[in-house]
Every structure is written in C-alpha cells, then in structure tokens.
Design a protein around this ligand. Structure first.
Ligand SMILES: Cc1cc2nc3c(=O)[nH]c(=O)nc-3n(C[C@H](O)[C@H](O)[C@H](O)COP(=O)(O)O)c2cc1C
Length: 227
C-alpha cells in the first residue's frame, strides 16, 4: 500500500502513522507553573538528541481546545523541567497523568505519586521513577500544523542533573534495563516495555564508538590515544 498524508487517504480502519515509528520512549515531564503548582504529563514524541552536553526534546501538540499544553507553558515561563523514566510498573500512573486536567491541577496529587525534591531546578521528580533528569530550557521550535491539535511546540532542554536509583544499577555499574522495563509507546493505544536486550559489536572507530555509547570520556580518551 501507499498513501500521502493529507492527499491520498491510507484507506485503513486506523491511521498507521504512529505505529510506524516505534517504540517511542516516553518523556514523563514534570514542571511547575509560575504560581507554584506542579504538573506532570507523558510525551512520547520525546528523544535525547545529543550527549555532550546531553540535550533532550519533547514535542507537544496543542490540546483539544487548540491551546498550548500546560507543560509547554510552564517550561517557557520558568525555564525548567524534569524528565522521569516511565516504566512498566508505573504504566497506570503514566496513563492517568495524561488526562486533560485544567492548568493549576497537580497531577502528582491526582495520581498519588510522590514528589522528590530536585537539586538544581524547582519542578519535583517522581520518586517512584528509577531515573530522572533535571533540565533547563533551551528553546522552542513551533511548527504550524492542521486542525485543532496539529500545531506543535518542539521543546529542547539541557540535562543538568541526572538521578539514578542505586537499585537501578547492576553490580558492574550498568543501568539494569531488564529490571526497570522502560515503558514505550507503539501506535494506536498500544504500549511496549523493554524485555529483551542484545549487543552488537560496533564497526566504527574508537572515537565513533564513544559517540555511539554517548560517552565524552571515551571520545576524549580515543582522541588522546590518536594524537
Ligand atoms: C503515553 C502517552 C504519550 C503521549 N505523548 C504525547 C506527545 O508526544 N505529545 C503530545 O502533545 N501529547 C502527548 N500525550 C498526551 C498528553 O499527555 C496530554 O495531552 C496531557 O493532558 C498534556 O498535559 P499538560 O497540558 O499538563 O502538559 C501523550 C499521552 C500518553 C498517555
């Protein structure tokens, strides 16, 4: 089959687009508004985009009333947000926190999650989540789109603090992915979690392999070795 979005209809009973780009990690983003009320919402149009310095982005469509989402408003107003890892164990709370609560409603209270104080930024972390990034706002790229929800705010932030629960690490100091089962979005109303990990040897140079691993230390060591 072939279709052209907005031009030639796919003809399927459900739109396939989001099911083609899978799995998408979930940016479970906590923010605080200018009045001091905390906010928490999941964003699966989320990624890390570079590692030195580490930068993440999430992409917020407008809400069903055609307004910018609370998370975007809060990040731009305060310059700060926190990314919390969503896991299989936390899947119900992740979903509940996506309800379209009005601005000023604290999703931590609505979900029964526990706030953990951040060190550098004001928004709290989700204590039940095993890994959190404290982030400072960099910029928004606003892309116009169709209909009430189509216009999107792509929000970039620099990771300035990383919290990893001791229990999330293996004895040899790696993140224990199979224990955490990070949650990810598929298409439709489907989700997955990581239950399988395999390793491939890298064909790249030592410098490139350091980039693949996201390790500035390994890149620097490889450059020093070369010179
Ligand atoms: C797993 C999951 C992923 C989501 N990903 C996105 C996303 O990438 N972009 C978006 O605009 N909305 C996304 N949503 C919907 C938002 O979470 C929802 O609109 C929420 O009410 C926004 O809250 P806020 O206005 O407090 O920011 C997602 C919902 C769920 C359940």
């Amino acid at each position: 089959m072939y279709y052209e979005p907005g031009v030639i209809h796919h003809g399927l009973p459900h739109d396939p687009f989001k099911s083609c780009v899978v799995p998408r990690p979930i940016g479970w983003i906590s923010t605080t508004n200018q009045d001091g009320t905390d906010n928490l919402a999941p964003y699966s149009q989320f990624q890390n985009i570079t590692f030195d310095p580490p930068i993440v982005m999430f992409s917020a469509n407008q809400n069903s009333s055609g307004q910018r989402k609370n998370t975007t408003e809060n990040v731009e107003a305060t310059g700060e947000f926190v990314w919390n890892m969503a896991t299989y164990d936390l899947r119900e709370a992740v979903s509940l926190s996506s309800a379209e609560f009005p601005a000023g409603v604290d999703e931590f209270k609505e979900t029964g999650l526990t706030k953990a104080a951040s060190r550098i930024v004001k928004p709290p972390r989700v204590l039940e989540s095993p890994i959190q990034f404290e982030c400072t706002y960099l910029q928004t790229v606003r892309l116009p789109g169709n209909g009430v929800m189509g216009t999107v705010d792509v929000v970039f932030g620099r990771v300035v603090g990383v919290h990893i629960a001791d229990s999330a690490l293996t004895a040899d100091g790696r993140i224990d992915i199979l224990k955490l089962r990070p949650l990810a979005r598929l298409g439709y109303h489907d989700y997955t979690s990581v239950v399988d990990v395999f390793t491939l040897a890298s064909p790249m140079s030592e410098i490139g392999a350091g980039g693949l691993e996201g390790s500035p230390d390994r890149v620097s060591a490889a450059l020093a070795q070369k010179s």
